[in-house]
Write a protein that binds this ligand. Structure first.
Ligand code: NYM
Length: 208
């Protein structure tokens, strides 16, 4: 049996990642494809609780310390993720190491330093980037509550994401109707699954 695919959603805050990643998993499961939804940060773990306190501005941490906690929060999930992928489950992940680099580098941290702790994570097979201008995102409900939800920061984050894109990324216009976005992403995901079934490749290692 072919391994599952690692599909990642990235984008600025309020770009619709949670909605679209949830819908993709539902559609894949509905079509008989084993798929599971994950989200980073995973705020349910001990490390995730520390991250949550920082994001909600209840606790303060140095830029380096919070960066490493975000990375540790991915590493603590990695054994299970690899096991799921190897057993044929496709993982759909709401944010991954690209968010780690984009948000920290937007604070003027060295991107090479930022990438280092995530080197060797499972490599995403596909990345869907939900693209929205921060001015449009700011009009959406819920924007502005957490530490990075400021216009200037989001503009810089978007630029950082752009600098990381390669051929495994698809940029999707996040201002479109949610059904339209879902249709485009589902078609791209199905294409990736078909290609993988025809020509399976082992799980890659990120940034190696
Ligand atoms: N974030 C997320 C980071 O700064 N680094 C990371 O590695 C990850 C995964 O956390 N503003 C930031 C991006 C968001 C915030 O994410 C919380 P969400 O998807 O709103 O729960």
């Amino acid at each position: 049996m072919a391994r599952g695919l690692l599909i990642v959603f990235e984008g600025c805050d309020r770009s619709g990642k949670t909605t679209q990643s949830t819908r993709l998993v539902q559609a894949l499961n509905g079509a008989g494809v084993a798929a599971k939804l994950l989200k980073f940060p995973d705020r349910t773990t001990a490390i995730g609780t520390m991250i949550d306190g920082y994001l909600q501005q209840k606790t303060r941490l140095s830029d380096q310390a919070i960066h490493l906690l975000f990375s540790a929060n991915r590493w603590e999930a990695m054994d299970q993720m690899r096991a799921d992928l190897e057993s044929g489950t496709t993982l759909v992940v709401d944010r991954y190491a690209f968010s780690g680099v984009a948000f920290s580098a937007a604070k003027k941290m060295d991107p090479r330093w930022c990438r280092a702790p995530d080197v060797g994570l499972a490599m995403p097979d596909r990345v869907f980037f939900l693209d929205i201008h921060p001015d449009d995102a700011a009009k959406r409900a819920g924007f502005g509550g957490e530490i990075y939800e400021r216009r200037e920061m989001q503009i810089e984050v978007r630029a950082q994401f752009s600098s990381m894109m390669d051929k495994s990324w698809s940029v999707v216009d996040a201002l479109q109707d949610a059904d339209e976005i879902h249709g485009q992403i589902l078609a791209l995901a199905n294409e990736a699954l078909e290609r993988h079934r025809a020509d399976p490749a082992p799980i890659g290692r990120l940034w190696t």
